[in-house]
Ligand binder design. Structure first.
Ligand code: HEC
Length: 285
């Protein structure tokens, strides 16, 4: 190869390397931008979640029913939490906890699960989705329901919610997240509000911290076993008050529970969900 063509080859390699480096820097940059945007949205969502002025009564926030002190579930033993413009309308359903929803699959009538011990060819029936009947898949679509339900936050329209947010301390954050003119379009502003609520519900520190004793036990087992090959089991408390695994062979009602509620990590070490998001349950009405 002549000296000239060697130069050309080297120059080509240099250009390719710098193009790659620029692309990598851009990727890292856009990831940082997305990360910042999501944390801003989540912070906005947190403020909205606790803001009672988002209800027609001015008394009911998302947190009134989904109380962080009670795993984002109902604050007391009443079967339903009253709401509506006069705060006397009784909802039709119990308030669910909002924790660990991140693993809920989208609603499907026929669910085949391979992560489970079971046979992946078995149809588990209707599974997944949010609300007791799985009628919405995304947090942003769900958040529209309580904001506009006459039995809950009872706003007349998306525009009514937007007008409240515009007056509130959250307005500047909404502008920051979606642009200075976001309040010019009610539908866009409402979309931004429900997206922010969704982003807040995805904050793992609040909504899926995996901080129970059992999670701790799994983490320690994984470490002890290197690759995380341990077979964690249902726990029982010993007479000395320590948690220890139940024997696998144990039959009867306790073991039945362990067969339904997954106790072992799923693929790639994912923490187990102690439920299967199945919709085979009774809902009235
Ligand atoms: C008056 C009480 C009440 C208020 C206020 C309320 N919720 Fe709920 N929430 C419920 C009930 C009841 C359900 C179950 C609804 C159903 O099955 O149709 C529910 C369901 C949900 C779900 C689905 C949970 C699951 O397991 O599928 C999410 C997410 C949620 N609410 C978020 C919110 C957000 C965000 C707000 C505020 C914008 C809010 N809720 C305000 C009572 C309330």
């Amino acid at each position: 190869m002549s000296l000239r063509s060697l130069h050309i080859v080297l120059l080509g390699l240099l250009i390719a390397a710098s193009v790659q480096a620029a692309a990598a820097a851009q990727r890292a940059n856009s990831r940082a931008v997305v990360y910042r945007h999501v944390s801003m949205l989540a912070e906005l969502g947190r403020r909205l979640f606790f803001d009672p002025t988002l209800s027609a009564s001015g008394k009911l926030s998302c947190a009134s029913c989904h109380d962080p002190a009670h795993a984002y579930g109902p604050p007391d033993a009443r079967p339903v939490v009253p709401g509506g413009t006069d705060m006397r309308q009784m909802g039709l359903r119990a308030v669910p906890s909002l924790k660990y929803l991140q693993a809920t699959p989208q609603f499907t009538e026929h669910y085949y699960d391979s992560d489970d011990e079971g046979d992946a060819s078995i149809d588990n029936g209707p599974t997944g989705g949010l609300t007791w009947d799985g009628r919405v898949d995304r947090g942003r679509d769900q958040a529209r329901l309580p904001l506009l339900s006459p039995l809950e936050m009872a706003n007349d329209s998306p525009a009514a919610v937007v007008a409240q947010v515009r007056k509130s301390a959250s307005a500047s954050l909404l502008r920051q997240a979606f642009g200075a003119s976001i309040f010019d379009d009610n539908e866009k502003a409402f979309d931004g509000i429900v997206q922010a609520l969704e982003a807040y519900e995805q904050r793992y520190t609040e909504f899926y911290p995996y901080s129970s004793k059992y999670d701790d036990y799994l983490a320690r087992q994984g470490k002890a076993d290197g690759a995380g090959g341990a077979r964690p089991r249902a726990l029982q408390r010993s007479r000395q008050g320590q948690l220890r695994p139940l024997p696998y062979q144990r039959a009867g009602s306790r073991w039945h529970a362990a067969a339904i509620h997954r106790l072992r990590p799923g693929g790639s070490g994912r923490a187990p969900e102690h439920g299967n998001s199945g919709q085979r349950r009774s809902v009235v009405p």
